[in-house]
Design a protein around this ligand. Structure first.
Ligand SMILES: Nc1ncnc2c1ncn2[C@@H]1O[C@H](COP(=O)(O)OP(=O)(O)OP(=O)(O)O)[C@@H](O)[C@H]1O
Length: 251
């Protein structure tokens, strides 16, 4: 069964038509990367998929359930998580505390404010499991403000994974990173379990081709091609947009 289906969606801001009849799908476990020049509409597409923005027309389905009109918090419980271009972390808290809070937000008892979080042994265990799984025990007690930018972005991905999503949307996971951090992030993305499908907006073509099973190219709010990395690499229009003129490709 198709995991995510974006069916013919359009979005405009007043007179500015940003997305036009965009259709795409993500299969379970797939790594699907979206590329397109600046202003092509990629982040708007994410915001439409995750309920941050209302659609003008079309619909979005997660496992055949229409989610177009659901608020973002409902989508987490249906198995969709996302990260943003900007960090969404609590800088004054440690890595461990941030993970703990992300897990708490998923629990039905999150509003029982007068009981210390440390009393919930299941939360504690899940936090420790995540720390072990991602081998970050040496950083667990570091305040987020004292992490490098790259480490903060990676932590955001871990927080998004805490909800055990079926699909994770990553918006430019390597933006603003050093080459070393970019390589580390690319490796981490490649190591993510196939139990989670990825829909990724990415501008670094090395990362795109390292992680993608399929690439969708958006230009002026329209899908101009959706295909394998090889098909995209060899497509004349895409080559003109990205690979012509010797400029570094930018999504
Ligand atoms: N809330 C908004 N109100 C009005 N215009 C908007 C809004 N959000 C985005 N836009 C416009 O929509 C267009 C597409 O923006 P979007 O951020 O989706 O592009 P993008 O492909 O993600 O670009 P980038 O690669 O630079 O992040 C741009 O012209 C942008 O100025």
């Amino acid at each position: 069964m198709t995991l995510l289906k974006v069916d013919n969606i359009s979005k405009s801001f007043n007179t500015l038509q940003v997305l036009q009849n965009v259709t795409l799908d993500v299969q379970p476990g797939e790594r699907h990367v979206i590329i397109g020049p600046n202003g092509a509409g990629k982040t708007t597409l994410f915001n439409c998929i995750t309920g941050q923005l209302p659609l003008n027309s079309g619909a979005v389905f997660l496992e055949d359930v229409e989610i177009s009109k659901l608020p973002p918090n409902k989508l987490v419980h249906l198995g969709m998580a996302r990260t943003f271009q900007k960090n969404n972390l609590f800088g004054d808290l440690t890595v461990k505390e941030n993970l703990h809070l992300a897990l708490t937000a998923l629990k039905p008892y999150r509003y029982q404010l007068f009981k210390p979080l440390s009393n919930y042994s299941d939360l504690k265990k899940e936090t420790e499991e995540l720390i072990e799984q991602w081998q970050i025990s040496d950083r667990q007690n570091v305040k987020v403000d004292n992490l490098s930018y790259g480490e903060q972005r990676l932590l955001e991905v871990l927080l998004a994974l805490a909800s055990k999503p079926k699909i994770l949307l990553l918006d430019e996971p390597t933006s603003g990173m050093s080459p070393a951090e970019t390589a580390q992030t690319s490796e981490m993305i490649q190591k993510l379990p196939r139990s989670v499908a990825l829909l990724v907006i990415e501008h670094d073509m090395d990362v795109v081709f390292a992680i993608a099973d399929r690439i969708t190219v958006i230009h002026h709010g329209e899908v101009i091609l959706s295909g394998t990395p090889e098909e995209v690499r060899n497509d004349d229009t895409v080559r003109q947009i990205y690979f012509g003129g010797g400029a570094k490709a930018h999504a």
